[in-house]
Design a protein around this ligand. Structure first.
Ligand SMILES: C[S@@+](CC[C@H](N)C(=O)[O-])C[C@H]1O[C@@H](n2cnc3c(N)ncnc32)[C@H](O)[C@@H]1O
Length: 252
């Protein structure tokens, strides 16, 4: 499978709902790095935070691992002993590409790539770090609460969940401005107006962003004790959530 330049939406057609099919997979790394502002920096920060929370003898999961970019960075950053990296995705084509990339890179930790639908339960266990970058937004809202609870339950004490999400805002003024600036960003990265509007239509029923507060409520409701935003660019954000069952100190 080759990697190419993203031209998926450069012709006007009747847009179907967006899927991570063979055509998308073949250009995915180009698509994601031109469509997501500060993609490389968010990946770097994710690996850095993962390093803070990874523990010996545990699993580190990347849900919606796509072509394995994050797994490769996690492998480089995490120094703990007996850590197994597990990538999960429901696209066979993505996992084939990930296998190609990871085996060529030669990871120091053992890894496993699993085909599965995160909406149906993943058998997640003994996790010290779970990353979910640009993926929760693709989970049907009906299943999000159950999924985040499953992650929390399958996590060890002081484990962390790292999310990158596209956001919406209740305030229509800012929502409009942030989306406008985002489309300007995509134009600067070489996408035409046609490509931008075709992709927007294709994603309409598939990518369902939550408000920042909704994401915080989701995480706290699932039991995560510490929840903080670590990155924000208009309508994109990074959130880190930590599981801790210890009673909180009252501070000095
Ligand atoms: C935008 S991509 C994620 C990008 C990737 N995490 C990165 O940082 O480059 C979303 C991924 O989630 C996967 N996905 C979407 N819905 C899923 C589901 N229900 N279960 C598992 N994977 C899913 C897609 O196949 C796709 O690879």
């Amino acid at each position: 499978m080759s990697s190419g330049t993203d031209k998926v939406f450069d012709k006007v057609t009747d847009p179907n709902d967006f899927t991570f099919n063979k055509e998308v997979v073949s250009v995915f790394d180009d698509m994601v790095s031109r469509s997501v502002p500060y993609y490389d920096e968010m990946q770097r920060m994710t690996a850095e935070l993962a390093q803070d929370f990874a523990q010996d003898e545990t699993n580190v999961y990347d849900i919606g691992c796509s072509t394995g970019t994050t797994l490769q960075l996690l492998d480089g950053a995490i120094e703990n002993r007996n850590v197994t990296l597990i990538g999960l995705d429901n696209s066979e084509d993505m996992l084939a590409k990930a296998e190609q990339k990871l085996s060529a890179a030669g990871l120091k930790h053992p890894y496993d790539l699993k085909l599965g639908d995160a909406q149906k339960g993943m058998g997640l266990r003994n996790a010290s770090v779970v990353t979910m970058l640009l993926t929760l937004q693709f989970i049907r809202p009906l299943y999000r609460e159950r999924l985040v609870r499953e992650i929390h339950e399958g996590m060890v004490e002081n484990g962390c969940l790292i999310l990158i999400e596209k956001l919406t805002s209740e305030d229509t003024l800012f929502n409009r401005l942030f989306i406008k600036h985002y489309y300007d960003y995509k134009r600067r990265r070489g996408y035409s107006n046609t490509e931008i509007s075709m992709k927007r239509e294709a994603l309409e029923n598939v990518l369902i962003p939550y408000r920042l507060e909704e994401n915080f409520d989701l995480l706290k409701g699932a039991g995560f004790r510490h929840v903080e935003m670590f990155f924000r660019w208009y309508n994109f954000c990074g959130i880190v959530a930590v599981k801790s069952t210890e009673a909180e100190g009252r501070g000095a």
